[in-house]
Ligand binder design. Structure first.
Ligand code: PMP
Length: 294
């Protein structure tokens, strides 16, 4: 992620990643009480572009506000600093990780102070480029009345880490988590879509992270005249699907081969997911929409 030359952005300044320090008595380190984002930048024909930068920083602000962490940063300035950070590190295609974390305070009360840090590094697609073999996790997504499920909060990711580790230990590529009512929810770090009879389905908001890639796929479905449904779907419905895929900033769009060793019958290359994978790639690279289906 970094070497002796890498710079990060820390509370208004660019500093060396290797030597920048933080306090060990903070609420984020001890309790997971902080919020973060995952953003991608792409090398387009007109230079480096951070895809949906404003949407990501808006979500960071919302995540903080939902958990009572004051967010007093100017979003346009954060976007500007993000571009500067990429340039300073000679990065074009890159992943950016902003995190808002709390100042020293061992109590469970409101933060005594807030910090922001942004780092960036070159990162391939998070789940690789091969179709995924998934297993249904024994962990479910947290109940939305236990936490702010729509916020991207540091501590929530223990659930994602447990599910990922369990799936890998069983020999699968990735997990699929259900919600507390046993409806299909999402992956540890990606949203789910599935296809049945030429139409697409995705779990409705309420028990999942409102993914920015998910929202992008929904927009692309409108442009490409793909019928999309959002609802509560059972595992039986997913098992009966023709094809499925995960999407997220880090993972982009990646097809799912099987769920608990049962393969989806439709060839990935003939699926709506494949069409959307190409359309998504063209969109982030700012290529013409007309080239998306060719
Ligand atoms: N669900 C979870 C749990 C995630 O961590 C992510 C990654 N942020 C997503 C979905 C996808 O969200 P996005 O498209 O905004 O990256």
């Amino acid at each position: 992620y970094y070497n002796q030359d890498t710079l990060l952005f820390s509370n208004g300044e660019f500093k060396k990643s290797l030597t920048t320090t933080t306090d060990l008595y903070g609420q984020t380190l001890h309790y997971g009480y902080g919020a973060f984002e995952g953003i991608r930048a792409y090398k387009t024909e007109s230079g480096t572009k951070i895809f949906k930068a404003k949407e990501h920083y808006d979500r960071l602000k919302k995540s903080c506000e939902l958990i009572n962490i004051p967010f007093e940063y100017d979003i346009d300035e954060l976007i500007e600093k993000s571009y500067e950070l990429l340039a300073l590190n000679n990065l074009t295609d890159a992943y950016l990780r902003p995190i808002v974390y709390c100042a020293p305070n061992m109590s469970l009360s409101k933060p005594t102070g807030v910090n922001i840090m942004i780092c960036a590094w070159k990162w391939g697609t998070y789940l690789g480029d091969n179709l995924l073999n998934l297993c249904v996790s024994t962990y479910c997504r947290p109940h939305p009345k236990s936490i702010k499920i729509e916020a991207k909060v540091c501590g929530h990711y223990i659930n994602s880490i447990l599910a990922t580790n369990e799936a890998k230990a069983k020999g699968f590529d990735e997990a699929l988590l259900l919600d507390t009512e046993a409806f299909v929810a999402e992956g540890p770090g990606a949203n789910l879509f599935f296809e049945k009879n030429g139409e697409l389905f995705t779990p409705q908001l309420g028990n999942i992270l409102p993914g920015i890639t998910r929202a992008t796929i929904i927009e692309l479905c409108k442009e490409l005249d793909i019928k999309l449904h959002q609802g509560k779907y059972s595992l039986e419905q997913l098992n009966d699907a023709d094809a499925a895929f995960y999407c997220g900033t880090a993972a982009e769009v990646i097809g799912i081969k099987s769920l608990d060793k049962k393969e989806f019958p439709l060839e990935w290359d003939n699926s709506l997911g494949k069409k959307l994978q190409i359309a998504y790639k063209n969109l982030v690279l700012e290529k013409e929409l007309s080239s998306q289906l060719n």
